[in-house]
Design a protein around this ligand. Structure first.
Ligand SMILES: O=C(O)CNC(=O)[C@H](CS)NC(=O)CCC(=O)C(=O)O
Length: 271
């Protein structure tokens, strides 16, 4: 593993596939011009909208999102996480909420269907029933083992509240955890940063968390603050609340240093 720059992209995706792909490309271009070699897009980067609109367009969103991610990874010669996008599940009328990690040659390195679905009545009065349109993934997320970039584990948004998933990634040797999200503004203000820092600290791993921000559609407000966090829990970069990027160094000596200074993974009793 070498030292390199990673970027977490922050977008305001709207109910317009092509507009979102154009916004995503601009930000990938910016990240690459600043030197990033590993880049992540947020959850639902290619479409944020009413559940029924998303379902109606799911075939096109799935097809074009996947082509787009592969094309961008090759065009910009980066390893790219396609935060998440809907992928129709045969005969269910529903979709998986899927993320894919693509190499600079356009090869699929990892694929994961979101396991924990956001079925929550948020105290601000908004109700989320992700399971009405999404089929829950049935498998733990994969880790991509890379000699150059480190071992990369993936997850999606609401998963961040389930530490057992990250302990699994950590057991598999994860150095860098992706958590692309579309956190609600209401839960985000109190929980987002704390949860992300906890996952970084308890697993002594880097966390890269691309995010949605602002008013995506209707009354849907997302929290923003795409961040990159080091294995000590320090926020290395924060994208604020406007579309943009958080960019920071992923450094193997820092990783080794923190794992030496705080060897908590070696002191586990219940495993
Ligand atoms: O809403 C959409 O349009 C698209 N879907 C999402 O953004 C997903 C599923 S509803 N959002 C989350 O998982 C938020 C989790 C969260 O905010 C928390 O855990 O507090």
């Amino acid at each position: 593993m070498k030292s390199y720059l990673a970027a977490a992209i922050q977008m305001t995706s709207v109910p317009d596939l092509h507009k979102n792909l154009a916004q995503a490309e601009e930000l990938i271009d910016l990240a690459v011009r600043r030197g990033a070699e590993l880049v992540g897009l947020p959850e639902n980067f290619s479409f944020m909208g009413e559940e029924q609109d998303k379902l109606a367009q799911a075939d096109a969103i799935a097809r074009e999102s996947e082509i787009f991610i592969k094309k961008m990874a090759q065009r910009y010669q980066v390893t790219l996480l396609g935060g998440s996008f809907p992928v129709p599940v045969n005969d269910t009328g529903r979709v998986y909420n899927t993320t894919i990690l693509i190499s600079p040659s356009g090869e699929e390195l990892a694929r994961y269907n979101k396991v924990h679905l956001f079925d929550v009545n948020v105290p601000d009065g908004n109700t989320y029933r992700e399971s009405s349109t999404v089929v829950a993934g049935q498998q733990l997320p994969p880790v991509h083992f890379s000699e150059y970039l480190g071992n990369i584990g993936v997850s999606i948004c609401y998963d961040v509240r389930f530490p057992e998933l990250y302990r699994h990634l950590s057991d598999k040797g994860t150095d860098i955890i992706f958590i692309p999200a579309a956190f609600t503004a209401f839960t985000g203000k109190d929980h987002w940063q704390v949860l992300l820092q906890a996952r970084a600290i308890e697993n002594t791993a880097y966390v890269i968390a691309p995010a949605q921000t602002g008013n995506n559609y209707g009354r849907r407000l997302t929290h923003g603050h795409a961040v990159i966090i080091d294995p000590w829990g320090t926020i290395l970069a924060d994208a604020g609340d406007k579309p943009g990027i958080a960019i920071a160094e992923i450094n193997p000596s820092r990783l080794e240093q923190v794992r030496r200074q705080m060897p908590s993974l070696q002191h586990r009793v219940f495993s």
